[in-house]
Design a protein around this ligand. Sequence first.
Ligand SMILES: [Mn+2]
Length: 352
Amino acid sequence: MTEAEKFKSLIESSERTLITSHISPDPDAVCSVMLLGQTLRKNFPNKQIQMALEENIPQDLSFLKGYSEIKFGPLLKTASELKPDLIVIVDAADISRLSRNQNQELERLIHDELKAKIAVVDHHQADDNFKIDGRIDVNIIEDKPATAQQIYELCFEQLNLAKPDGYAETALLGILRDTSRFKYDNSDHKNTFRIASELLDAGASIEQLEYRLSRFNKEELMVLAHLLGNVTDSKQGYTYSFIDDQFASDWKTAGRPDTALKTGCDIFSNQYLRNLNSNFWGFVIYPELLAEAISYSVSFRAVSGGVDVAAIAARLGGGGHKEAAGAKNIQANDISGAIEIIKKAIAESLAA
Ligand SMILES: [Mn+2]
């Protein structure tokens, strides 16, 4: 039996299925939950299929069909109420990423109390080191650019399930976001472009989806302006920028949202950090507004095939991928001290 067939027989033999993904969900995580959830609901109308996520996403995805049926909130509570006999984890490889603070309780509930079956559908890059959990019944972990693409292939090409309303927009959005609109190197490009083409024929629009998702508010642009003002060429081959302590403390005093600070940093790191002069990588560092004591978080970005920023992040107690990584809880007296810590980690990592 293939993993796809095993997956189908798990669905058929279960009464209550919970479909979920990781905390701090990205559009691929949410779209994957929705694409699979809507598809299973259409094809298995007598089964109870619940889509659930512990945390919401900053972007407004409510225009996607089925979004209103996702149950947002503590996953432990959702699972205790539903008592699923099958958990499908998408865009994450195990239970440990499903809840912010209740993973141990969740594991106990799922494994010991409910004795639920577990299926995983997740994609990864070749450099990821997945620890496959022996308690997982079906593992569909493949080298694919987006989980939304995997679910499309699994449901519609391998299992020949019927497509639910709105599937084209949901699938295309997950693919667009995880590939950064087809920008990243993709060893599975033939499948990606074939499927994207089918989704466009089915009525989804790259232009509409991209403009719907790329919305900035004034506060996010204020953060971006600050980062652009602080941008520095290290003269060591990389770029960096930072949110200074005064800006962060004024931001907090004014009651401006922490999320805008994070989003502003994301816009900068995704769209400008790899683009200054002849530098193809770098970092952005900012004070953690919500932390009790002063601490800093750093995000690294690199063009693929260049510097391995995951190795640098690992020296700082963080992690990620070769092209995008980060670390939290960096202890320093002020932002200058924090920047020095990062520069030192970079120098050591490059010398290693
Ligand atoms: Mn993904």
